[in-house]
Design a protein around this ligand. Structure first.
Ligand code: DGT
Ligand code: CA
Ligand code: CA
Length: 574
């Protein structure tokens, strides 16, 4: 069984949980949590890096000790430190830590005093008023815990697409080991490349459905089998991700795939179309007078309602059915259309590689160019560049370019947009750069009017080229700031500047609907990695998914241009 980043992350998370219950050093605990998160957001598989003999301590948040553990896990599939810790603590306790109001001290007390090891046991104890007898709990705490438990059990728990992908790929690979399986596709929001997914919907065709079900429930990562029939099962993985697996007949596969890919809104519209034609569509096929007339593949399903195949990313009932009808579906951008990346960091600030390493990695991806865009000094946490260091880097890039073959490093900056809309670097320095990406990294809470004015003013600066992560949202962590994107997009159009679609798995910002708005106004979108390591360039694929959800074609994307075309476009804004 090959080890995936998700497996390594799960081990690190579990170690952190167990250390927390053991009341261990908080720095150690945090190091494990950071490492787990970094593993999930890593563009490449750690096992490949190990195989290639890469120095893992180059990865963000990975020191010597963690690097050794990663190698151990990749090579043996196990981690001795974890096994030692597991020997000391019951398996259900880490989940108790996730209940708001329960820290390691309380979890430890619940275990030692009341022998509570699971969420269910805790729920019962709270309902029976047995918690209030414990030192430091009381009736009020007991009531809070009960409330939090109820919320915890029903909570809408969504995963970032990049994280879900780690689990989905690992599970698909595991399932495929079963010889009975013929086709296997992850449908649902995952196939539509939604930025977060609620659960995984896996469709399978197989000779022996029951064998697939048996194989599935044997999967190591499963925490709970919710239901298991002969053709359908629902399981919950250890990270609480729910997975529905259905085995369907080959003659129904296309109909099932279409139905379970969704979205619901798209399905309802397609069904309405079918009804108008005297047809019935469901997950089993397309039927006329009770007889199946289509459903083997998706093409057949769309054809039966007079439409060409519609890419999954568009299936949100946002005009795709009308466009399909009129023959005006976009020819969506693909990863292979990308000619370079325009947003990356190096060791000089908060990145982990040198300019040369980043350039080499970009070249290996077949790109023509890449831009180094460091933070400016205002972003002290990232060790942002001041004027002097920026000028030195400009010099350095010139020298590197003179030695490079087949790739050009563009000189850029990710400059902070200050509260008054000015930029955190003097004009005479910005004038020497190929591109100036402006970014909001502070004062997220300004009123809509003030935030919008701030950004418009920044875009008015003579050297401004591109707006980084335009809404500032962090998935599952921070809401977008309040900004009038219609005005921002209009301003970009007036000024001839560009909007970034930041591909960091936590950002995926520009949002899909704004991609559509940009396209309508003729504003080019740049699909940027925001790489902090060479592996981060792989995150571009999630940005491509997002761009496709935003109806973007290659011609709507800035970095599908050749270097010569790009240079002309960049100059226009200066
Ligand atoms: P998620 O899991 O919340 O990220 O979003 P989806 O889109 O994967 O939704 P999910 O897992 O509830 O269902 C998968 C697909 O199955 C959904 O996109 C459309 C289809 N589906 C589920 N329930 C219904 C329904 O009641 N009516 C219709 N027309 N389609 C449904
Ligand atoms: Ca789903
Ligand atoms: Ca589902």
């Amino acid at each position: 069984m090959p080890v995936h980043n998700a497996d390594i992350a799960a081990i690190f998370e579990e170690i952190a949980d167990l250390l927390e219950i053991e009341n261990e050093n908080p720095f150690r605990i945090r190091a494990y949590r950071n490492a787990a998160r970094n593993m999930l957001e890593l563009g490449s598989e750690a096992r490949d890096l190990v195989e290639q003999g890469e120095d893992l301590t180059q990865l963000p948040g990975i020191g010597k000790d963690l690097a050794a553990k990663i190698i151990e896990i990749v090579q043996t599939g196990r981690c001795q430190s974890l096994e030692k810790l597991r020997g000391k603590t019951p398996a259900g306790l880490p989940e108790l830590l996730r209940i708001p109001g329960l820290g390691p001290k309380r979890v430890s007390a619940l275990y030692h005093e009341l022998d509570i090891r699971t969420v269910e046991q805790l729920m019962r104890a709270a309902e029976d008023h047995r918690l209030r007898q414990l030192a430091g709990f009381g009736a009020k705490t007991e009531a809070h815990i009960l409330e939090a438990l109820k919320a915890h059990v029903t909570e809408d728990h969504r995963l970032k697409l990049a994280v879900a992908a780690q689990y989905a790929n690992a599970l698909v690979e595991y399932l495929k080991q079963n010889q009975a399986i013929k086709d296997i596709v992850v449908a649902g929001s995952f196939r539509r490349c939604k930025e977060t997914v609620g659960d995984l919907d896996i469709l399978v065709t197989a000779g022996e459905p029951a064998a697939v079900m048996d194989h599935l429930v044997d999967y190591d990562e499963i925490a709970d089998v919710v239901s298991k029939g002969t053709t359908r099962a629902t399981v919950v993985l250890r990270n609480r991700l729910q997975v529905d697996v259905r085995v369907v007949k080959p003659q129904c596969f296309g109909a099932a795939l279409h139905y379970f890919t969704g979205s619901r809104a798209h399905n309802i519209e397609i069904r309405r179309r079918a009804q108008k034609r005297g047809l019935k569509i469901n997950e089993y096929g397309v039927f006329k007078n009770g007889k199946q007339i289509a459903g083997k593949d998706e093409n057949e399903v769309f054809k039966s309602v007079g439409l060409p195949w519609i890419p999954p990313e568009l299936r949100e009932n946002r005009g795709e059915i009308e466009a399909a009808e009129k023959g005006t579906l976009p020819k969506l951008v693909e990863l292979k259309d990308i000619r370079g990346d325009l947003h990356a960091h190096t060791k000089a600030t908060d990145g982990h590689n040198t300019i040369e390493q980043m350039a080499e990695a970009a070249k290996q991806r077949g790109w023509e160019y890449m831009a180094i865009t460091e933070h400016s000094k205002r972003l002290t946490v990232a060790h942002g560049l001041d004027k002097k260091r920026q000028l030195k880097q400009i010099e350095q890039i010139s020298q590197i370019n003179a030695t490079l073959d087949g790739i050009t490093v563009l000189k850029g900056i990710e400059v902070d947009i200050l509260e008054d809309g000015s930029l955190d670097m003097p004009d005479d320095v910005l004038a020497q750069l190929d591109l100036v990406i402006g970014a909001v990294h502070s004062k997220f809470n300004l009123s809509r009017g003030k935030q919008t004015e701030r950004i418009l003013r920044a875009m008015d600066q003579p050297h401004f080229t591109m707006l980084a992560h335009p809404t500032g949202r962090l998935l599952e962590k921070r809401e977008p700031y309040d900004v009038d994107m219609a005005r921002v997009i209009h301003q970009a159009q007036q000024r001839g500047c560009f909007l970034e679609l930041n591909c960091h798995p936590e950002r995926l910002d520009l949002l899909d609907t704004y991609c559509q708005m940009a396209k309508e106004q003729g504003v080019l979108v740049s699909i940027n990695s925001d790489a902090h390591t060479t592996a981060d360039f792989d995150n571009l694929r999630y940005g491509i998914g997002q761009a496709r959800r935003g109806w973007l074609e290659a011609k709507d994307v800035l970095n599908t241009r050749s270097l010569a075309q790009l240079r002309r476009l960049l100059k226009r804004t200066m």
